[in-house]
Design a protein around this ligand. Sequence first.
Ligand code: SF4
Length: 116
Amino acid sequence: MNNYTSESLSENLEAMRKFSEVYAKRTGTFFCSDISVTAVVIEGLAKHKDHYGSPLCPCRHYEDKLKEVMNSYWNCPCVPMRERRECHCMLFLNSDSEFASKNQFIDIDVLVEKIS
Ligand code: SF4
């Protein structure tokens, strides 16, 4: 049994999983060799999407999350990622990163297992 009994949260988890795969492929970036890192970041994005309607970056502290969502700078993919391929969450890693795997896929069952 996992925590994803809420239908909308499950849907957002799947939406962010798919987004992460597609975006990694599109940008030629890779998931972390520790797939738990990938799973936790995707979960954070899904929770923000569920609560605020946008996948606000989960790796930062915000005084006012709603204000940040409206500002859109840190909505994933954030401006640093779009402009310079910098993902400080380590969701999207460049191939020369020591933490990068060669993988751009994460199975939903693996994802749920890692965050349960
Ligand atoms: Fe997304 Fe940017 Fe956060 Fe990486 S750092 S998870 S690209 S918002």
